[in-house]
Design a binder for this molecule. Structure first.
Ligand code: ADP
Ligand code: MG
Length: 255
């Protein structure tokens, strides 16, 4: 399989006024085309920093990152980015938020936008404004917007972190559905163990100060996954152990 994302010897230090903060230390990672990778780790371990480097939003680091056959040297439409908050334009309708700077009068764009609206289950809301949508619906618009340009890879930084548990689990199911249909390579940052196991084919566990890859867990469970199944529990224990927490603490992490 072709590696869609290749991270080679990446280290990152922030040079603040009076101190250097060594955030990422020698990260090496290869993500295959169509993989669903989750990155999990304690707050401050450098997850968002790593995602920003992959996105090309920060070029000040050591090592190199290759997406497709291109070395990352700036932002690109090949890499869609989904933030924790949806960042939709409040003055634009759902369909215009998705279309961005492309014209809906163009029949190709019109069809793509309509297909994406069906894909994220928002039929009937084409002309709605963000203020008329729930948090979960807005995040689905953000996903559709990111998918419009057929990105090689979708980067998601705790995309459901601000949502209530019920909406979050619905969106996780929606994301698996979209991934199943679209086969876009996904890299998702989360601090939620259950979310990582529910969604991903592989979970990277990170350590903090400096951020390093501590473990690499392949989740070979068929989809859709059941959070209550025995094998799901076993993966929860494996990841908790990697995070240096005892299994008895599972509840604290899975909420
Ligand atoms: P995570 O997403 O895993 O919570 P971040 O990648 O946001 O962690 O941050 C990792 C570390 O880098 C933190 O200690 C944070 O304070 C520091 N950091 C992040 N961005 C900057 C910045 N622009 N300047 C200085 N330090 C930063
Ligand atoms: Mg973060």
């Amino acid at each position: 399989m072709i590696a869609t994302l290749q991270i080679n010897d990446v280290s990152k230090t922030f040079n603040n006024e009076n101190e250097k903060v060594h955030v990422l230390d020698n990260i090496n990672l290869s993500v295959k085309n169509g993989d669903f990778l989750s990155v999990i780790g304690p707050s401050g371990c450098g997850k968002s920093t790593l995602l920003k480097l992959i996105a090309g939003l920060d070029l000040d680091y050591e090592g190199n990152i290759v997406v497709g056959s291109q070395e990352v040297n700036g932002p690109s439409k090949e890499r869609g980015f989904i933030f924790q908050e949806h960042r939709l334009f409040p003055w634009l309708t759902v369909e215009k938020n998705i279309a961005g700077n492309l014209s809906l009068k163009d029949s190709d764009t019109r069809k793509k936008v309509d297909d994406l609206i069906s894909l994220v289950n928002l039929k009937g809301f084409e002309k709605a404004y963000p203020r008329q949508l729930s948090g979960g619906m807005s995040q689905r618009v953000a996903i559709a917007r990111a998918l419009l340009r057929n990105p090689e890879i979708l980067l998601l930084d705790e995309p459901f972190g601000a949502l209530d548990a019920f909406t979050r689990s619905h969106l996780q199911e929606a994301l698996i559905d979209i991934w199943g249909k679209n086969k876009t390579t996904m890299v998702l940052v989360t601090h939620d163990i259950d979310e990582a196991i529910f969604l991903s084919s592989r979970v990277i566990v990170m350590d903090a100060k400096p951020g390093r890859i501590k473990a690499n867990v392949t989740i070979d469970l068929p989809y859709p996954r059941r959070r209550t199944s025995k094998s799901f529990q076993e993966f929860r224990t494996v990841i908790l152990n990697h995070l240096d927490h005892k299994a008895e603490d599972a509840e604290d992490w899975s909420i």
